[in-house]
Design a protein. Structure first.
Length: 230
């Protein structure tokens, strides 16, 4: 067995170790430098915000669909609780049985109150399930509330009294009172649900949402005591 010293050769090559014709360098084997992928960018260089943004958008879409489906319940409650507007016919024209009644205002008011309640409830449920929130979640909540209001409005009209007043008057007969179809005189009532949902969710987030950790206080360095003779 032949050994060569640990000193490098005169030409600068690393020292080697010989054993019966087998030669091995004494220095560790150097790995070739890692080559960057094609295009010159590493996978870690890709923006990390994309997965989080995609997740927030999916959650917002789920919230919008779930809230919109809840509009069916609002439509059924509006159909059940809204006051009826009585009509009467003399076979030549259709008249309001109570011209001074406020049933039309009551229809709008009932829809607004129910929509506000649904807006508060939906925002509270969404905040409870997804406390961290996010602007995408609030937008999904607002879009879902608007879709739910439209669904409730059209569903209540569709399931309510006949919208063909002439046919309803002929079917009822002369002097017989029948109900007018449901309607929303103020289309702004459709904004009650999304408005209440956004406001309540923002308030809940401000009061009970996650907080950023407060920085630790920086105390000044203590002043060394004065020595005698200073």
């Amino acid at each position: 067995m032949t050994r060569r010293g640990n000193r490098p050769a005169a030409d600068g090559t690393p020292p080697t170790w010989h054993d019966d014709g087998v030669t091995a360098p004494l220095t560790p084997h150097e790995q070739p430098p890692e080559q960057p992928p094609a295009g010159g960018a590493h996978p870690q260089d890709e923006p990390a915000e994309q997965p989080g943004l995609a997740r927030e958008l999916r959650q917002a879409a789920v919230v919008a669909v779930a809230v919109a489906v809840a509009g069916v319940l609002l439509g059924l409650l509006w159909l059940w609780l809204a006051p009826r507007m009585p009509l009467v016919s003399d076979e030549r024209a259709v008249y309001l049985k109570d011209p001074e009644g406020e049933q039309a205002i009551g229809m709008d008011g009932t829809f607004v109150l129910l929509a506000l309640g649904f807006g508060v409830l939906s925002s509270a449920v969404v905040f409870w399930l997804r406390r961290r929130g996010g602007i995408a979640l609030v937008i999904g909540l607002a879009i879902g509330g608007l879709l739910a209001s439209v669904i409730a409005w059209r569903l209540g009209i569709w399931l309510g009294p006949d919208t063909d007043i002439v046919a309803a008057a002929r079917s009822a007969g002369k002097g017989v009172v029948f109900d007018a179809p449901l309607k929303l005189s103020a289309k702004g009532a459709l904004l009650a649900w999304p408005f209440a949902a956004m406001v309540v969710h923002l308030v809940l987030t401000a009061l009970f949402g996650p907080r950023d950790p407060e920085p630790e206080p920086q105390w000044p360095d203590p002043v060394p005591p004065l020595q005698d003779g200073d």
